[in-house]
Structure formats: C-alpha cells, structure tokens
Design a protein around this ligand. Structure first.
Ligand code: C5P
Length: 233
C-alpha cells in the first residue's frame, strides 16, 4: 500500500493533491511542515475527503508528555501516528496505553496504529557512529529498536526498506513496516540516503511505502504515481 507524504505548506495545495490522487491511493501523511503551517484542522480537512491519515510528527519527549499528545492524536481521528523509538521503552509503552484508554473512552472500533521511528532514512553508518555515538552496525541498531517497539506493544516501525529483512527476522511477519526512503530509478535521491526503488521495497515486504517528492514535486503527480504503481506491479 502507498502513503503519499503531503509535504507542502498550503491547505489548498494539500487538498488539491488529495483530490488528484485519492482515486489511486487511500492513505496520506501529514508531517510537521503541513501540520505546523495549517494546524490540527488540516487533519479533519484531509479526512473529510474520505481518505486515511498518517500523522507523522515523530513524538519524542518524556513519557507523560508523549502519552498526552498521543491521546490528542486519537481525538483528532488519525489512523496512524509515530513516536521515536529512541524515546525508550517506558515512553513507548505509556503511549500505547494512552491510545488504548482514549480509544475506549471514545468508543472507537479501530484505534490508531502506533509506529516507532527506528533510524531516520537520511542517516548512514558514518553519521550514527561519529555524530550519534552508536557503535554498532546500523542494521543491528534498527533491529534492536524494532524489537523494543514490539515489546512495548507498538503495531510497527518506520524504517528504510533496506532494513526490512532484519526487522522481519527480529519481529516476525505480522509486525508492520512502513518505509520512506523510496525512490523510483527516474527520481532524484534528494536528502534520502538508504533508498530502494518502489518495486524493491514492495518485494522486500514493506507493508506501506511512504512516497513524497517523487510524486508531489512531479509536474504531473497523478502520472508519476501511476508510473510507480506500474513499477511495483
Ligand atoms: O519526499 P520523500 O519521499 O523523501 O518523503 C519522505 C517522507 O517520509 C518525508 O515526509 C519524511 O519526513 C518522512 N520520513 C522519512 N524518514 C523517516 C521517517 C519519515 O523520510 N525515518
């Protein structure tokens, strides 16, 4: 399944993309650019188009604060949101607990899926060692963080498609893997480092492919998305 990243700052542009693409995809991602420029109302505006929303604000704070923000995300009706796995197990577990409680209080049939961000797809081995002081292979670190997320009760993780194999080994077949860092061979890599083509990511077992600029910055986003879907097929 494909999730389109609405990384724009105007409401009009975001809704135009949703209207243009919703015949081809049913999931859209609201990240900090759009959320910070338009505020929480943008969530109901996008949901009003009859599509699902992944709120990508990557919460990372003390457990109490993240759990409280997670409850607000449930109120807003998002279908999926994420937190940084490196916030630690207590933060992750408190978030899951808070989502369950709020969803029950609201009588929701489906509670939002909580995902942990493992390592950003813009990082590489050299950066994690020299700048972040992580002295293990990047894949091992991603596997360890995915395992922590699973133990804390999260539904899945956000990771590079290159790490699907290790995550499946550690977390099994049912754990959700959402992969940004997807680049068709004809698109620019931009600031993404650990990329796969859409076909490679789908074949490797990604549950959701997050795609932004290759579609949203294309002269004809609908046509770019059609090409990507054809490549996956
Ligand atoms: O334009 P592009 O396809 O690179 O967009 C990828 C999207 O996925 C961006 O919105 C980015 O914030 C998000 N993302 C990411 N790496 C992560 C988590 C989210 O690139 N680890």
């Amino acid at each position: 399944m494909i999730i389109i990243a609405l990384d724009v700052d105007s409401r009009e542009k975001a809704l135009e993309l949703v209207d243009d693409l919703k015949g081809q995809v049913s999931y859209f991602k609201i990240g900090m650019q759009l959320f910070n420029s338009q505020g929480p109302d943008i969530i109901s505006a996008v949901k009003g188009r009859g599509v699902e929303v992944f709120l990508d604000l990557k919460f990372h704070d003390i457990p109490h604060t993240v759990a409280a923000a997670a409850a607000v995300a449930v109120n807003q009706g998002v279908d999926m949101f994420n937190v940084h796995a490196s916030g630690g197990k207590n933060m992750l577990a408190k978030t899951v607990e808070s989502v369950g409680e709020r969803a029950e209080k609201l009588g929701l049939k489906d509670k939002p899926k909580v995902l942990g961000v493992t390592l950003l797809t813009s990082l590489n081995q050299e950066v994690i060692e020299k700048e972040l002081g992580i002295n293990k292979p990047l894949e091992k670190q991603v596997g360890d963080l995915a395992s922590l997320c699973q133990e804390a009760g999260l539904e899945g993780v956000v990771a590079s498609p290159r790490e699907i194999k290790i995550i499946r080994e550690v977390c099994g077949p049912d754990f959700l893997i959402v992969t940004p860092g997807v680049r068709p061979s004809w698109a620019a890599k931009d600031d993404q480092e650990r990329v796969f083509t859409p076909g490679q990511a789908a074949e490797a077992g990604s549950n959701y492919l997050v795609i932004g600029r290759p579609v949203t910055a294309a002269p004809d986003p609908g046509e770019a998305l059609t090409r990507i879907k054809e490549e996956i097929r």
